[in-house]
Write a protein that binds this ligand. Structure first.
Ligand code: DGJ
Length: 722
């Protein structure tokens, strides 16, 4: 475990994962990234032959070319014709030839400055490689941290300008890994607004495949992550590597199969809207990238990624803290609420055992619709019929926690804030504005704006007994032009992210007992950078149970269930107009961080009783879902009519099965459970039926559904003996 430097090899050993790097006359080569190897004897010959049109540096050796070597960073412009990880403008060119100058083993944490970093690395070791490009006098410091409790390596780089002239960074990726020639698939989590995180699996073929965002946020339609998997890999078999970025802004994640069938994976800040001026003596840190490995298929990869997020990314005080069942008034009232409506909703919610009430958009300023008032964070006491503190204490008296919606990064043109500070919005001279939801984005690259938001939000949280914040972000960034010159404008997008992280770090550390949930019209900024400060993310504005299946399923590939907000909403559903049984809506939302978002006063007594039962059940099974291991049994993207997911925690198992459309014949579905003890006996709740673990895993559960669309079943087992 940890880091070993032996002759010209660097071993980075995490739990069940080894990365082996070679120092070949100063060049940084990647020999292995996969299952643990304790001793490497160069059995794995690197491609070395005289390859036509591949340049070499040494006229006496035509077999060694950067184009044919597997690298881990940084030689650019000397015959490696693949996508370079670094591009720096200096001396009228962008050539860089970084050579290893020094290596160190560090037993302390090194953080990427101003960016989200994993925590709890006290017992980890870090390999620091210091490379130098003599001509440009730039230093590239690469950090690789290996984790004892996870097959994960985290990495970032720091570029230091040691010259006496300014250089300009045009690309500086966080990580790059050249993988051996083989047959791979690439898995990404993509989609759009209201259908986020849908699984896409494609064959890696010669050429370049890129997932990227230039929206100023990671976005609904892509996730800053790629999974490279052996073509034959499935849930239980095969090698797979997940490469993720702890960053919430513009990113690129690339997979490139070269002319020699080797595969380069890389991830980092996107090229669009990015350049960075590096003055003499300054340094630039990239966002942190994470590489997680599985030798046993995608289930193991997901479980390891999910545990890593819980153990090293989420705030420690929330990672293993059971999350409250909430009711949010958005789909119950939208902007149309008053004291009576809120009071009736909170009365009903508290009777049903709901634990947290969230007051959504519309409680401040002149905010009666989504055209105005963002930025005017004064409580509209006339609308809510009392002071905010009175509303909060009323909710507390009803036995629930209190949560509040905010959207601090935005400004409406029709707002007092805009009338006072029109220059605070992101905009370009002479170009007017581009509107989205009729709002503009505040320029968080401006420290004055960040300081203002810190003060406003700190006051709100310090003066009110708020337990939870829903932090929304409802548009993407356009019209970037606030810089004093071209380069300063090109720096704005990354500076925005540094301002955002500064703001949320300050607030979440100062108000560390407040649970923050991130939202961006649902999952428009659902990434590991956000999760460092927001232990929950609202997965999608699409609350329809059937549409939620692929969204929630996709999220499980990398993110823990505890991070994923999932609510029962009205039927017909407001987005899809689909009618689904309350039971199915409950079962689907229970596969996430459970809550409600509907007008309880419109429900029948029978429905309210059903909700009460759902709430009680979720309280009982919550640890299985929020802290258990997860197994995907039926994939709703490939098997389009069904989905099944299993959670296992200690002695308890929960299986959820949903069938979308009725079939003419009664078709049996066999669900072979996973992760149980063969010899143990499990009892199915609500029955006297008992099964051995072996029976459930190898013979399976046989499911037969009645006719009807959008039906579901939940199976809850407890181990009764070994
Ligand atoms: C978009 C969010 O995703 C919704 O849940 C709701 O909070 C609205 N914004 C409020 O404007």
């Amino acid at each position: 475990m940890g880091i070993i430097i032996e002759d010209r090899l660097y071993y980075v050993h995490a739990k069940g994962l080894s990365m082996i790097l070679e120092n070949r006359d100063g060049d940084l080569l990647l020999k292995h990234l996969g299952k643990s190897i304790k001793k490497y004897n160069f059995s794995n010959t690197i491609f070395e032959k005289d390859h036509a049109f591949s340049a070499t540096q040494n006229p006496d050796d035509r077999t060694y070319s950067y184009d044919t070597q597997r690298q881990a960073f940084g030689v650019h412009g000397f015959g490696d014709f693949r996508h370079p990880s670094i591009k720096i403008e200096h001396d009228n060119n962008e050539l860089t030839h970084f050579k290893i100058k020094e290596s160190q083993i560090l037993d302390y944490e090194v953080d990427a400055k101003g960016l989200p970093n994993p925590h709890s690395r006290e017992e980890t070791e870090t390999l620091l490689l210091i490379l130098e490009d003599e001509v440009s006098e730039l230093e590239l410091r690469i950090y690789y941290t290996a984790y004892e409790d996870s097959p994960t390596i985290s990495t970032f780089t720091s570029l230091v300008n040691k010259s006496n002239q300014e250089v300009v960074i045009h690309r500086d990726l966080s990580a790059m890994f050249d993988m051996p020639a083989s047959s791979y698939d690439i898995i990404s989590l993509q989609g759009a607004y209201a259908r986020e995180k849908t699984l896409r699996r494609r064959k890696v073929d010669q050429g370049m495949f890129s997932v990227f965002s230039n929206r100023g946020a990671s976005g609904h339609s892509q996730t800053p992550a790629i999974i490279l998997a052996e073509t034959l890999a499935n849930e239980d078999y095969g090698e797979a590597w997940a490469l993720q970025l702890m960053y919430s802004g513009n990113f690129q994640a690339n997979v490139e199969k070269s002319q020699l069938n080797e595969v380069r994976m890389s991830i980092g800040i996107a090229d669009d809207n990015f350049s960075w001026r590096l003055k003499p003596g300054e340094s630039f840190d990239t966002p942190v990238a994470l590489l997680t490995y599985s030798d046993k298929g995608l289930t193991k990869l997901s479980q390891e990624s999910q545990s890593f997020v819980q153990n090293h990314i989420m705030a420690k005080n929330f990672a293993y803290e059971k999350r409250p069942i909430l009711i949010n008034n958005w789909e119950a009232t939208y902007f149309d609420f008053d004291k009576e409506k809120l009071s009736s909703l909170t009365d009903e919610a508290s009777k049903l055992g709901i634990e947290l009430f969230v007051l959504d958009d519309g409680w401040f300023g002149n905010r009666f619709d989504d055209n105005r008032a963002l930025g005017d964070w004064q409580v509209n006491e006339e609308k809510i019929g009392c002071k905010l503190s009175e509303l909060i204490s009323d909710v507390h008296k009803k036995g629930m926690k209190f949560g509040l919606w905010v959207e601090p990064e935005m400004i409406s043109v029709d707002s007092d804030l805009y009338r006072k500070h029109p220059d605070w919005a992101i905009q370009a001279p002479k170009r007017g504005h581009s509107y989205s939801r009729n709002q503009l984005v505040l320029n968080l690259a401006n420290p004055e704006v960040v300081a203002y938001l810190k003060e406003i939000l700190d006051d709100l949280l310090s003066n009110h007994d708020i337990d939870y914040i829903k932090w929304d972000y409802n548009r993407n960034i356009t019209n970037i032009g606030n810089g004093k010159d071209y380069l300063e404008t090109m720096e704005q997008s990354h500076k925005y992210m540094l301002g955002f992280y500064d703001l949320v770090k300050y607030l979440t550390e100062k108000h560390s007992d407040v649970l923050f949930e991130s939202c961006s019209g649902g999952g428009g900024r659902n990434d590991l950078g956000v999760m460092r400060y927001f232990p929950q993310v609202w997965a999608s504005d699409n609350t329809d149970a059937i549409s939620r299946l692929p969204i929630q399923y996709g999220s499980t590939f990398l993110y823990p269930t505890i991070s994923m907000g999932a609510h029962v909403s009205a039927s017909p559903n407001h987005q899809m107009k689909r009618v689904t049984p309350l039971k199915t809506r409950g079962h689907v939302a229970m596969m996430g961080n459970f809550g409600y978002e509907l007008d309880l006063s419109k429900l029948s007594e029978e429905e309210k009783n059903e909700i009460k039962e759902q709430v009680n059940l979720y309280k009982e099974i919550r640890p299985i879902i929020q802290f258990g291991r997860q197994y995907r049994l039926i994939n709703p993207v490939e098997e389009t009519n069904e989905v099944a997911v299993e959670f296992v925690k200690d002695d308890r198992i929960l299986v959820t099965y949903v069938r979308k459309l009725s079939t003419i014949e009664e078709i049996e579905t066999t669900l072979k459970l996973k992760g149980l003890e063969e010899e143990s006996i499990y009892r199915l709740h609500g029955t006297n039926k008992v099964y051995s673990g072996a029976e459930l895993m190898y013979a399976g559960l046989t499911i037969v559904m009645n006719g009807g669309d959008f039906l579901s079943k939940q199976y809850y087992f407890t181990k009764i003996e070994a």
